[in-house]
Design a protein around this ligand. Structure first.
Ligand code: FAD
Length: 520
């Protein structure tokens, strides 16, 4: 058995096997030559002190121990060509992991995705960035891999079930992600690596006999006597199945409208909304690592901050160190921001959503929309921002201090948001109460993180797709919709996940329940 140790070392030692072995040899009072290999089991950064340290849990293999690199194999998938078909709508993390789990359980997934495959999707992203054209079926939120494909691929989650989280991380490694994600306290994959992993998952689904239909938008869910029997797609064709996993994500407004029209129960759900702030990465590094220069052994620093302002939480969301702000609208006539990073996080800017928690009562002006009130509140802000910035994919922007002082910025420097920005007083974009909370909140943030409140930081508006504005209620035990048998609301759009990992976990959970129900 290797000997496990918990140690704290300087960043250069953590990054070098030789230095690590020397450090451990001194610690356990043995010769370096007695140590064959040191495996890192967990790694986190401790930046609380002036000189930043790396916390490591390590497994030390002495020369009398056998060390072999751990290889994670794919599960034992079945050939499901002739098995019972289950429709999965949406090829985001929830839909993809539901499909894989169905195959493991001997069922045949028919995965229906309105967008294109990862490669085809790229052209449409270019069109948004360069030509300001938003394709309603293929954009940063819609297409193979879902909303997370062109993202930071941050894989941390608040899920308490470590077993479930590890299973998803191990599957991602088996599909090609770096095994570092099993070790890091805050793992991430990076937008340059995710597409290949997603493509490999799709190829496995097809190899096992599953079906994957791209550029196929579901336009109706077919229900008889409160039980599903299939879906209708945009061509008018019907695809039949007795079980449907609905994993269409938080931006599929047409699906929420469809359910509402068909009187299939949905509920308004609070979410959070605000702006995306961008700082120079070097500034965030100097704040977080208390240094002038990060050096070569520390990663670009992340930050996480939360404050209570006027009884509401205001917090950082989806922080992307060394990243870029992306145009994430899903329809023409609106603008939406979010962020992504490449795996090396080597861009010169750090961005983060800075959002305020909303309450159901905030949606009162949209009460006539019933369960869609939150969605209409969100849409109205996105459309207003589009209008104020000049009716292209440019977004309204303001320097941070100027925002807190109600001043229109006289100039906005070039930011990482490629379609560009228009200088706008951001108070015009949001309802008054939200603007007031953000103004006070940024001043508070500046007190906790010295240097954060600066006119070097640019606010982009809005950050509005933090989670679903709608919940599709389901039974806690069977995971079926409360009224409609055979319909499994799943993932972030249904209100049961927030992020790549929790969506994937929910996809697997729904697939398990489908299989249990079929076996009964
Ligand atoms: P989605 O990923 O939204 O997938 C839903 C899919 O359903 C989409 O592909 C859509 O095209 C399809 N669909 C919708 N309607 C229909 C229809 N009518 N017919 C057929 N198909 C349909 N999360 C993290 O954990 N870490 C990150 O670093 C991170 N970064 C992000 C960066 C960006 C730019 C964005 C936009 C999101 C990011 N997220 C991140 C959030 C994460 O992507 C989502 O939480 C996650 O993808 C939700 O998974 P899902 O499968 O529930 O839904």
């Amino acid at each position: 058995m290797p000997r496990e140790l918990q140690i704290q070392v300087a960043p250069d030692v953590a990054a070098n096997q030789e230095l690590l072995q020397q450090h451990i040899a001194r610690l356990v009072q043995s010769n370096v030559s007695d140590i064959q290999h040191v495996s890192i089991v967990k790694r986190s950064i401790d930046a609380r002190q002036r000189s930043v340290k790396i916390n490591l849990k390590v497994a030390v293999y002495f020369t009398d121990e056998k060390f072999t690199e751990i290889k994670i194999d794919l599960p034992d998938y079945k050939n499901v060509t002739n098995a019972q078909e289950v429709i999965v709508i949406g090829a985001g993390p929830a839909g993809l992991f539901a499909a894989l789990q169905l195959i493991e359980l001997g069922l045949c997934p028919v995965l229906i995705e309105r967008g294109k495959d990862v490669r085809g999707r790229r052209r449409d992203l270019k069109a948004i960035n360069r030509d300001h054209i938003v394709d309603e079926d293929s954009n940063y939120c819609f297409g193979e891999g879902g909303a997370g494909t062109y993202s930071d691929g941050k894989l941390y989650t608040r899920s308490k079930k470590r077993g479930d989280v590890n299973r998803i991380l191990e599957l991602l490694v088996a599909y090609g992600a770096s095994s570092d994600i099993l070790v890091e306290a805050h793992p991430h994959i990076g937008t340059n690596k995710l597409p290949k992993i997603i493509q490999d998952i799709r190829e496995k689904i097809i190899e096992c006999g599953g079906k994957v239909l791209f550029e196929t938008r579901v336009t109706d869910i077919l229900v008889k006597n409160n039980e599903v029997y299939g879906v209708e797609i945009h061509t008018g064709e019907q695809l039949l199945a007795q079980k449907i996993i609905l994993a269409t994500g938080h931006s599929a407004r047409d699906i929420f409208e469809l359910l509402d029209r068909k009187k299939i129960l949905i509920e308004a759900k609070p979410f959070a909304l605000g702006v995306r702030a961008e700082h120079p990465q070097s500034l965030i590094d100097s704040i977080q690592y208390s240094c002038d220069f990060r050096g070569e052994f520390l990663p670009p620093a992340p930050y996480s901050i939360v404050k209570q302002v006027n009884g509401r939480g205001m917090y950082s969301f989806c922080m992307c160190p060394g990243g870029v702000i992306a145009p994430c609208a899903t329809s023409p006539g609106e603008v939406v921001t979010n962020g992504w990073s490449p795996s090396k996080r080597d861009q010169e800017t750090a961005n983060s959503g800075i959002v305020v928690e909303l309450k159901l009562e905030d949606f009162k002006p949209f009460a006539k929309f019933g369960a869609l009130a939150g969605m209409e509140f969100q849409k109205a802000i996105e459309q207003k921002a589009w209008h104020l910035a000049g009716e292209t994919q440019k977004v309204p922007a303001q320097r941070m201090v100027d925002f807190t002082q109600h001043k229109v910025s006289t100039s906005i420097p070039k930011t990482s948001y490629v379609p560009g920005t228009t200088s706008v007083e951001l108070g015009q974009v949001f309802p008054g109460f939200l603007t007031q909370i953000m103004r006070e909140g940024f001043v508070d943030f500046g007190k906790s993180m010295k240097g954060y409140l600066t006119n070097e930081a640019i606010l982009h508006a809005p950050e509005s797709r933090t989670s679903s504005p709608v919940r599709i209620p389901r039974d806690n035990e069977s995971l079926e919709h409360l009224q409609i048998k055979g319909l499994y609301p799943c993932g972030e759009g249904a209100g049961y996940a927030g992020g790549i990992i929790s969506a994937a976990i929910d996809g697997e959970k729904c697939a398990l329940k489908v299989a249990e129900s079929i076996a009964r």
